[in-house]
Design a binder for this molecule. Structure first.
Ligand code: I3P
Length: 109
């Protein structure tokens, strides 16, 4: 599964709260490949720096859990992703069916 997502970091991958200044929403292109969710700032560039950024932004899905973020009311069509190392992200998609599709694809990889 691939597609554009808005991402917000809530907890970093060491389980601590993401500090102010890095808690904003960013548009990213998500690609689900096996047990990794790759996140690119755009879907075309293939230079070394963008590959490094893709690697740096990738989320490992082994023992990760996704759910519809029903308690998050500021935006629509948002799902939450909690990772094994207690990182937490919110992702906004474009429709209810996209939310369910991402959640199911992440949970049943
Ligand atoms: C954050 C940014 C987010 C906001 C977050 C802010 O500021 O405004 O949009 O989350 O609030 O901290 P910054 O870009 O300086 O990190 P919401 O959109 O969910 O309100 P938060 O700290 O309550 O998560």
């Amino acid at each position: 599964k691939c597609g554009w997502l808005m991402r917000k970091c809530v907890y970093d991958s060491d389980g601590t709260k993401t500090p102010f200044g890095r808690r904003g929403w960013n548009m990213m292109y998500g690609r689900l490949c096996g047990l990794v969710l790759y996140l690119d700032k755009n879907d075309s560039s293939k230079n070394k720096r963008s590959r490094y950024e893709t690697f740096n932004n990738s989320v490992l899905l082994h023992h990760a859990f996704a759910e519809v973020a029903e308690d998050y009311r500021k935006k629509q069509h948002v799902f939450r992703l909690i990772t094994a190392n207690l990182g937490e992200y919110l992702f906004q998609t474009s429709s209810p069916s996209e939310v369910h599709d991402w959640v199911n694809q992440i949970n049943f990889v």
